[in-house]
Write a protein that binds this ligand. Sequence first.
Ligand SMILES: [Zn+2]
Length: 116
Amino acid sequence: MKATGALVKKYQKENFDKLGKSCFICGKKSSLVVHHLYYLKSDKKYSQFANGVHGKVLYQRHLARCIAKNPTRFELLCQGCHYAVEIHLRWRPKKLDNLMIVVGKTRMAKKAGIAH
Ligand SMILES: [Zn+2]
């Protein structure tokens, strides 16, 4: 079978459908990516596949098998939310905790009507 962009989209859609069809964080239904919550030694990363359509088809098929075995290892995210997750994973835990404190304090100020 000849690898085509349509085949990539077909496998990709099947994978997205298995994971809820929309971004877990914001609900967006476009520009979606499959986020690995954790990798197994048997997992292959996207970068391990050849460039081009054929590599993308093989990657999506590999991903489909991984999702079928254990869908709880994955979360469907839009590219924007995926970027945010990856950025925050690089932060040390204390820095992330402090970010949440500042966000919480800011929201409380808005709720209290102090902020404009
Ligand atoms: Zn999102």
